[in-house]
Design a protein. Structure first.
Length: 97
């Protein structure tokens, strides 16, 4: 197998090489090598997956909400969409005891 490398990252894996731009490089890799793996000190390695904490997961979801707009709409329309959305996130990512 061959891995196509760009900026120390595997961007493609193929059985054989094909012509690519000068900024890319083909290197020999193992059969389990995948797109997204990294080249560290000349060795292709699987990236380390970092598990987010419950609070980081919550914050990531909170950041996707347009909270000011939701709160305004709730006040105007007598709805609870903002509270419902926050409660759903808290339920999905509970605070440890």
């Amino acid at each position: 197998m061959k891995a196509l490398i760009f900026n120390n990252k595997v961007v493609d894996v193929a059985e054989s090489e094909f012509e690519v731009a000068d900024s890319l490089e083909w290197v020999v890799c193992t059969d389990d090598c995948m797109h997204g793996w990294l080249v560290v000190d000349g060795i292709i390695t699987e990236p380390t997956v970092v598990e987010l904490t419950w609070s980081e997961k919550r914050k990531a979801k909170y950041d996707l909400l347009n909270q000011n707009e939701m709160r305004f709409d709730d006040l105007t329309n007598s709805t609870t969409t903002w509270v419902d959305a926050i409660n759903a996130i808290k339920t999905k990512y509970p605070k440890p005891s």
